[in-house]
Design a protein around this ligand. Structure first.
Ligand code: NI
Ligand code: MN
Length: 227
């Protein structure tokens, strides 16, 4: 399988017969090498309602007739605009044409920005543990470190996609501790370098992780990894 990073928290996982897109934020993403109209996919995962995780979801879903997987309230928001959706909540596992996806908790918020400082609460933020072709891929979404990552790690994670930027999510120190709890075969850092507040250095994360026995692969935007 091929995993491609488009900057921030947006990844495309190509399985051979399916294309899974995570947290689509491309057209406003300063580090994305592609535009929303360039994406081909059949499933779109959204971790929460913040713009930098779903701004391009509807456009891509419409163009590709893709299903949007999102926690219940956010899925309803998309369904009301005509999208085909799947609405599992934390703890739930859904079977989809490519395999299964289990929804995991995340410590963050999930609000839709209405402008003028007003926000619409849209349920819980989540992460996803995707099982496809005998591989387990964990996209943590936006989250703080939490001790129940230990439970998520029981699945035997092949690749963990973890925020390291700090400020809005866990930073490097906590992300290294997350590796101790999750124990993935490989981790890929995300959610850094796209705004002034989240300028974490992924090489520092990689170095500290290595000192604790964890493998980290730093991707450049547009770069792919075989998993
Ligand atoms: Ni967020
Ligand atoms: Mn975010």
């Amino acid at each position: 399988m091929k995993l491609t990073w488009y900057g921030h928290s947006c990844f495309l996982l190509e399985t051979g017969s399916h294309r899974l897109l995570f947290d689509p934020w491309l057209n406003q993403n300063p580090r994305s090498p592609v535009r929303a109209e360039d994406i081909r996919c059949d499933v779109i995962f959204c971790s929460h309602a913040h713009d930098d995780h779903m701004a391009d979801a509807l456009e891509i879903a419409r163009k590709n007739r893709a299903t949007i997987v999102a926690p219940f309230e956010l899925a309803e928001h998309f369904a009301a605009q005509g999208a085909t959706t799947c609405d599992p909540m934390p703890g739930g596992t859904v079977s989809l044409p490519f395999g299964t996806a289990k929804v995991t908790p995340a410590v963050h918020s999930s609000t839709l920005e209405l402008g003028s400082g007003r926000f619409l609460p849209l349920g819980e933020p989540v992460g996803y543990l995707v099982s496809v072709n005998q591989k387990q891929v964990y996209h943590a979404g936006d989250t703080a470190l939490f001790s129940d990552m230990k439970l998520i790690g029981r699945a035997g994670i092949d690749v963990a996609l973890l925020p390291i930027g700090g400020w809005y999510t866990m930073g490097i120190d906590d992300a290294v501790e997350a590796l101790d709890l999750l124990n993935p075969r490989l981790a890929v850092p995300m959610h850094y370098g796209t705004s002034e507040k989240i300028q974490a250095d992924p090489a520092v994360f990689q170095g500290r992780a290595a000192a604790c026995g964890h493998a980290v692969k730093i991707l450049q935007p547009g770069e792919s990894l075989d998993i």
